[in-house]
Design a protein around this ligand. Structure first.
Ligand code: CTP
Length: 425
């Protein structure tokens, strides 16, 4: 995916940079690390080397045994002449944590160690995540430095408020959690290829009431749908997420509409579908529901109830019948066993979809209620692409890539890319 150069300066929060590197790698990025000498007092280079699988550079005159290559890239035949090869080839240079001292150097163009020299030489977007004691953070000198950096196009990732490292102190200056740092990184690395597009995503599993406390449900956690919504938003789309019983936080910018039953989901889809350009139907919608759910709780002493079931509406089929030209419809099929792909293909045809994402739920550790997934994306145009087992956000990237290809085929929809805007986030 992308080459991320992570600069780590001195501060207790340096430990969060380790986790940030790990999450970035899990999201498919190739990560190299530059540390300041002071940061080594907090986290040693061996830890970053173990996580990134690449040498860490600290000194300006240190040679790079990986010759400027990022993990996954072949080792160049010759060592680069410049010690700045890493930043020259980076897609993003993220400095986290950025100490008050490092920020002051960056603001004034000082280049007295490899981290600050690389910042001065960076042609890629630069992001800094300040972390320090709150008095240092609020000091007019630090604030002026941050203002100068932001005015120059550097993304400043605002610190959070809360308990600080020094005992008993509270205030602003905490490095955001690695998940947040990764979210900003992803946003900066992703070109807005879906800019101006309206994407409707359904996620989670519906619950069909038996009585006032019991329901028939399924094992869907909603993670796949939430990952799709996050990825679409990262690519610049206006995203609406219809979420059925998912206890997850949506990505920034995603509008959420919560539903519980298949009927509520069908209604929400009916309202939202008209204006959507893309539908990603990842929700596990119940096919049957109990006839006449009891208003109150069924009591044991009334005997074992027998449940009569009735079919729910097939939401996707209903929407396909109403589709307008140019809309892209993607279904999801959880199939069991060796014929999963064939079953998926016939579902793609039967439901007249543009694509279907098939997974074989007989495999352990993927799909329902899991962090990972392994899918095959089938398209109406005959494409069949297997996505090996990966984190759901990576699978989401592959699905959105397929949507972009379909849009290009169907409507000649042009890919748009632009530089990320400089800001304080
Ligand atoms: N789906 C839907 N409404 C339903 C059931 C499913 O919109 N009542 C959607 C799902 O969100 C998914 C696709 O249809 O995108 C395929 O779901 P699946 O349950 O695999 O398909 P079914 O048509 O229910 O087929 P079967 O149960 O026979 O496998």
């Amino acid at each position: 995916m992308a080459r991320l150069l992570l600069g780590v300066s001195g501060g207790i929060a340096a430990y969060k940079a380790l986790e940030t590197a790990r999450l970035a790698i899990r999201s498919g990025h190739a990560v190299r690390v530059i540390q300041t000498p002071t940061s080594e007092r907090f986290v040693g280079r061996a830890s970053f080397e173990a996580i990134t699988g690449a040498p860490v550079l600290i000194g300006q005159f240190e040679s790079d045994s990986a010759r400027g290559a990022y993990p996954g890239e072949p080792l160049p035949e010759r060592a680069p002449i410049s010690h700045l090869a890493l930043v020259e080839r980076a897609d993003l240079y993220l400095i986290a944590p950025a100490s008050a001292n490092t920020l002051a150097k960056l603001a004034h163009g000082q280049a007295d160690n490899l981290l600050s020299t690389a910042a001065l030489a960076a042609a890629c977007p630069l992001a800094v995540a300040p972390a320090m004691n709150h008095r240092m953070y609020l000091h007019p000198a630090t604030q002026a430095n941050l203002k100068a950096l932001a005015a120059r196009g550097v993304t400043v990732i605002e610190p959070e408020s809360g308990e600080l490292a020094s005992h008993g102190e509270y205030g602003s200056g905490r490095l955001p959690d690695p998940e947040r740092l990764l979210a900003v990184t992803q946003a900066l690395l992703t070109a807005p290829t879906l800019d101006g597009l309206r994407v409707l995503v359904t996620a989670g599993g519906t619950r069909e009431p038996i009585d006032s406390v019991r329901f028939i449900g399924n094992r869907s956690s909603g993670r796949m749908g939430f990952a799709l919504a996050a990825e679409a938003a990262r690519r610049g789309a206006e995203v609406t997420l219809i979420a059925a019983n998912a206890a997850l936080a949506p990505a920034p910018g995603v509008r959420v509409c919560e539903v519980a039953t298949a009927e509520e989901l069908a209604h929400a889809c009916e309202v939202e579908f008209e204006r959507a350009d893309v539908l990603l139907m990842a929700a596990a919608v119940a096919d049957f529901r109990p006839v006449g759910a009891a208003e109150t709780k069924l009591k044991k002493d009334q005997g074992v109830p027998s449940l009569e079931l009735e079919p729910t509406t097939d939401v996707l089929t209903t929407l396909t019948e109403r589709r307008r030209a140019g809309q892209v419809l993607v279904g999801f099929a959880a199939e069991h066993g060796e014929h999963a792909i064939d079953l998926g293909r016939s579902k793609l045809e039967r439901k007249r979809l543009d694509a279907i994402v098939v997974n074989d739920v007989s495999r352990p550790g993927i799909a329902f209620d899991a962090l990972e997934n392994e899918v095959t994306i089938l398209t109406a145009g005959g494409e069949q692409r297997h996505i090996p087992r990966a984190a759901k956000d990576q699978v989401a990237q592959a699905v959105l890539d397929a949507v972009e290809r379909i849009r290009t085929e169907v409507s000649g929809g042009a890919r748009r890319a632009g530089p990320p805007s400089a800001t304080r986030v």
